[in-house]
Ligand binder design. Sequence first.
Ligand code: DX5
Ligand code: ZN
Length: 221
Amino acid sequence: MQSTVIAPSILSANFAKLGEEVDNVLAAGADWVHFDVMDNHYVPNLTIGPLVCEALRKHGVTAPIDVHLMVQPVDRIVPDFAKAGASVISFHPEASAHVHRTIQLIKSLGCQAGLVLNPATPVEVLDYVLEDLDLVLLMSVNPGFGGQSFIPSALDKLKRVRGMIDKTGKPIRLEIDGGVKTDNIAQIATAGADTFVAGSAIFGQSDYAGIVRRMKDAVAG
Ligand code: DX5
Ligand code: ZN
């Protein structure tokens, strides 16, 4: 099992002062920055692109930037994010014509590769590619918006994917995204997640350090 990572989703941050928000949440003990990219095509919302990722690096952010691509097609934008300083690049299999090729493309550019499963995407999509991945991201909401409720069937899916990952013997992270809060994170950790995205739960509070600490304490049991 990997170390615990809390990855605040900046989708719920104040974009008018994004650099400061990211500095504050990292100073509060967050480990990664979760960077949601939406294209108003694959998902019904439009957010930020490589320019903003690059701006965060220029601002001095050294923590891993965990890019969650909700865009179609995928391959065209991957090199731009690699150049902009992305650490992990994850994508949805439904948005790529050639999933294996996209994974290899991400890795060839020096980034870690992740595959994202929507709530209704079967775990079998991981067959034949799991060992090539650095991370599996399970959506516990339908992608497109922050602030939605955790879909309970994600817990069973986490258990199944945890078993698949353990069988490989490889240090593949299992990340969960959507509706993660202080009151359900322990149950989510027990089901097998080691990497936790939280947007509204963190940025909706004024005390970032308090909430990150409560999340880590709950995961540690
Ligand atoms: C949803 C995004 C999530 C979202 C999570 O499409 O991928 O990262 O920001 O937000 P919360 O934690 O508020 O559900
Ligand atoms: Zn996300």
